[in-house]
Ligand binder design. Structure first.
Ligand SMILES: O=P(O)(O)OC[C@H]1O[C@](O)(CO)[C@@H](O)[C@@H]1O
Length: 540
């Protein structure tokens, strides 16, 4: 379809959003007792329930028409085939190929990439096995007990999130993640590590990222200090697409695990960037992670739009951002092991979708990427949930619940689930002035007190949430969950007409930091008066 058709489909969605009562959710339940079942779908072992949104049947029809007009399913299919969906960098987005068990049908470049990735995966498995069985040891002959991944952004957040989610005391190695160039992080980390038993992975797609290179130099010096120049090599490996730079850093070629430039940082968990996971969690767990993502890939590519989890998640976001004007979204994972999940989504979604121009360079005629933030439940309830319940502009929430825990404390888990469900119900149902007054009267409060306090205790309700249910938080389910959001991002890219696979917006700060650094080193000055004044204040 052409752009006029897409804009007409958008206009239909936005017009529905402007209708009086368009944001109301409770009447939808009153009108349709089957709404929970009608708005719940399953795929790759996950359950998605979008019933607690104001998406009425007419809105759903309009959103699905938009998905057709913008050809979101076609965009996913083109991505899977290895077409150049990342138009500004003339690249494909090949993360699905990384987890394909059999040769994908696609462009010759995609097929070659898949073959290479299979080779790298085999080397990763072999290397991890040699560490686990003690064939590969540190310079002093000791077995490795810890793996330190040095990387930032996509070279840190995905593996750090997954290691936090899946690590158990029975796992083969402990994993540590160093991202920030703030050396306080390094000082704290090295105090916990023994160089003789630590394997250091320098994870950087480009192998030029300032923060990672600075931290890698610190870690290398720490290894050399403890083990000598000759000993450090046994403790180093590199995960990168830039093979000349890894060689220059002194990593032995058999310790370099490469990946293709078509793998975007925030989609790279499944590539060599996942080596810390294969090492820390074990190869079977890493394989299951890939399997779960693969199951979601199959679902995303095959399920019809009405049943397609990533597409429904994307359409829900489009409804909230563009039809109702809700600019932010909270992620509440009711599982402490998912405490880094929101951080991963912040990069995945905001670096992908925070764009002001469409793929053809023309301005996007509507709002794009939502602000994403989150904390695990129940902690979030005691920090920012107040705003979600009572601030004038609603903030939709993704509430992630895990049915069965991996601990023996059934009572704690019941409390956790009760709280997650209660938040969804409180956001939806609210509490009106009448109910508040009756409650206060029953508690013996005077009419004057009721008049004064009731407005503060009213919950408007009709605040949306989307529930995602996992049977259990294992590697398969986590793979499916991460891939669900990856494909949601791709679908939103198609709906908004933007390129979700580039990130030009992070470049300016990097360039300017390179210019300010000499001034901090006492060489030269900066042109910007505001920066110059702050530099002077820092010096003072
Ligand atoms: O892996 P690299 O090349 O060090 O890049 C790290 C991160 O930096 C970015 O390029 C920009 O912040 C991210 O997209 C990427 O994940």
């Amino acid at each position: 379809m052409n752009d006029a058709d897409i804009q007409a489909a958008w206009a239909a969605v936005e017009t529905l959003g402007r209708r009086p009562g368009a944001a109301a959710i409770r009447p939808l339940f009153a009108a349709d007792p089957d709404r929970p079942a009608r708005m719940t779908r399953r795929g790759a072992g996950l359950t998605l329930d979008v019933s607690r949104t104001a998406i009425a049947p007419a809105a759903l029809d309009a959103l699905l028409a938009l998905a057709r007009a913008a050809d979101a399913p076609g965009f996913l299919a083109r991505m899977a085939r290895g077409e150049l969906v990342n138009v500004t960098e003339e690249r494909g987005a090949a993360h699905m190929a990384l987890r394909a068990a059999t040769q994908p049908e696609g462009t010759p470049e995609l097929v070659a990439l898949w073959r290479d990735a299979q080779g790298t995966l085999a080397r990763m498995r072999g290397f991890a096995a040699s560490v686990h069985d003690g064939t590969a040891r540190g310079a002093t002959g000791q077995r490795f007990t810890d793996v330190l991944n040095i990387g930032i952004g996509g070279s840190d957040l995905g593996p750090a999130m997954a290691a936090r989610a899946l690590w158990t005391p029975a796992a083969p190695l402990r994993a540590h993640f160093l991202g920030n160039v703030d050396a306080h992080a390094w000082e704290e980390m090295r105090a916990r590590l023994d160089p003789a038993r630590t394997l250091v992975l320098v994870a950087s797609k480009t192998f030029t990222t300032q923060e990672t290179m600075a931290n890698a130099a610190l870690a290398r010096a720490w290894l050399v200090d403890a083990l000598g120049e000759a000993g450090a090599g046994a403790h180093l490996a590199a995960l990168s697409t830039n093979l000349p730079a890894t060689a220059a850093f002194g990593v032995a070629p058999d310790r370099v695990f490469g990946f293709h430039e078509w793998i975007g940082g925030r989609f790279s968990l499944w590539s060599a960037i996942g080596l810390s996971l294969a090492l820390a969690l074990g190869v079977p767990a890493f394989d299951r992670l890939l399997e779960g993502a693969r199951a979601m890939d199959s679902h995303a590519l095959a399920a019809p739009p009405t049943d397609n989890l990533p597409l429904l998640l994307a359409l829900t976001e489009a409804w909230h951002v563009n039809a109702l004007g809700y600019p932010a979204r909270a992620v509440l994972a009711y599982d402490e092991r998912l405490s880094r999940f929101a951080a991963h989504l912040q990069q995945l979604e905001m670096e992908s979708l925070g764009k002001g121009v469409r793929a053809d360079g023309t301005p996007v005629p509507r709002a794009t990427g939502a602000v994403v933030f989150g904390e695990p439940g129940t902690n979030a309830q005691h920090s920012f949930m107040q705003l979600l319940h009572q601030a004038p502009v609603p903030v939709p929430a993704d509430i992630i619940l895990v049915a069965t825990p991996d601990h023996p404390h059934a009572d704690s888990h019941r409390k956790l689930l009760a709280n997650g469900l209660a938040q969804a119900e409180a956001l939806l149902r609210g509490k009106d002035a009448q109910a508040v007054a009756a409650e206060m009267r029953a508690a013996g409060r005077s009419e004057a007190e009721i008049a004064a306090l009731a407005p503060h205790r009213v919950f408007t309700g009709d605040r949306p949430s989307t529930l995602i249910l996992l049977p259990r938080l294992d590697a398969f389910a986590l793979g499916a969950l991460v891939a669900l959001y990856e494909h949601k991002v791709a679908c939103l890219g198609a709906l908004w007409g933007i390129n979700p696979f580039d990130q030009w917006g992070v470049e300016l700060g990097k360039q300017l930091a390179g210019g300010i650094l000499p001034a901090l080193e006492g060489q030269g000055s900066v042109a910007d008066p505001a920066t110059a004044a702050t530099l002077a204040a820092l010096r003072a």
